[in-house]
Ligand binder design. Structure first.
Ligand code: F3S
Length: 285
């Protein structure tokens, strides 16, 4: 048996930076201020539970945020809407902004392009907090397109030019395909590929590994959109692709003794979980 682990598996730069910021805040919190993250810091239950044990609370809604009178609020790597920053300021809370710089860049682009009179199209998953955050900066004159049907149905008649951006973790080929559909409609369009490099690399490497192995294991939180996309990509290449959160979800009977096995993981999967899966697959045989 041979096992290959993707070099790009696990925390990307932005997620690592955000998680590190939370642990830093815990360490330097000599005045014992309350520490909150706006939404779970990453899509990984193990990490969120560990932080909870250390006193970090998750604020899930705007209404909950409005009720907080003091403490430190950490914005996660996905970023958030302008409204959230305004509430933090109004309530005199301490802001620790861990928005990934690549996401921040999209916020700036859509704000500028909106001010230049453009209609903004975000290619991404409408329910994802990153996309909702971007929309919070581009305003109501925004369309979110996440699939072929929505691209086909896109019928904008507001008379403005259109600026297209992407969710940072969107599947690059799908992005190109959806942009092609929109481009054929004859609008005046400028397209900014804002998929981040970490995602490009992770997806390309996962595809390459999945195309040559017998079994492929994709590790990540069940709500992690970038892990779901990795799974889609790997499944297309390798029929025996398994999506797991931890080693407990993996049925080792699916892995054959003479297999060539590939492992990759989403951007919010800690290294120790990847190592645990790697070790367990190897020691089985
Ligand atoms: Fe940032 Fe890219 Fe990660 S946008 S959070 S480095 S996937």
């Amino acid at each position: 048996m041979e096992v290959i682990v993707a070099k790009s598996a696990g925390f990307c730069f932005g997620v690592k930076r955000a998680v590190d910021k939370v642990y830093e805040q815990i360490e330097k919190n000599s005045e014992n201020k309350k520490i909150y993250t706006f939404g779970p810091i990453i899509h990984n239950e193990e990490v969120v539970k560990d932080l909870e044990k250390k006193g970090v609370q998750v604020v899930n809604t705007i209404d909950e945020l409005k009720k907080i009178e003091e403490g430190i609020i950490i914005i996660r790597s996905h970023g958030t809407t302008k409204e959230v920053y305004d509430i933090i300021e109004e309530n005199n809370l301490i802001l620790e902004d861990a928005t990934c710089p690549f996401v921040k860049k999209i916020h700036k682009i859509v704000q500028t392009e909106k001010n230049n009179g453009k209609h903004i199209v975000i290619i991404g998953n409408a329910n994802h907090p990153e996309v909702q955050g971007i929309k919070g900066w581009s305003g109501d004159d925004t369309t979110i397109i996440g699939n072929e049907e929505e691209a086909n149905n896109f019928d904008y008649n507001g008379g403005k030019s259109i600026c297209i951006v992407s969710q940072t973790t969107f599947n690059y080929n799908k992005f190109k395909y959806l942009v092609e559909i929109i481009s054929k409609k004859g609008y005046d369009i400028n397209v900014l590929d804002t998929i981040c490099n970490a995602t490009h690399e992770r997806q390309a490497e996962a595809k390459e590994i999945a195309s040559k192995v017998d079994e492929m294991i994709v590790i990540g939180g069940k709500h992690s959109s970038n892990t779901q996309k990795l799974y889609e990509i790997c499944k297309n290449e390798c029929n025996h692709t398994y999506y797991i959160q931890t080693i407990d979800d993996l049925d080792l009977r699916n892995i054959k003794a003479d297999s060539y096995v590939g492992i990759t993981a989403g951007a919010s999967t800690p290294n120790n979980i990847i190592e645990e899966v790697h070790t367990n697959v190897r020691i089985k045989f």
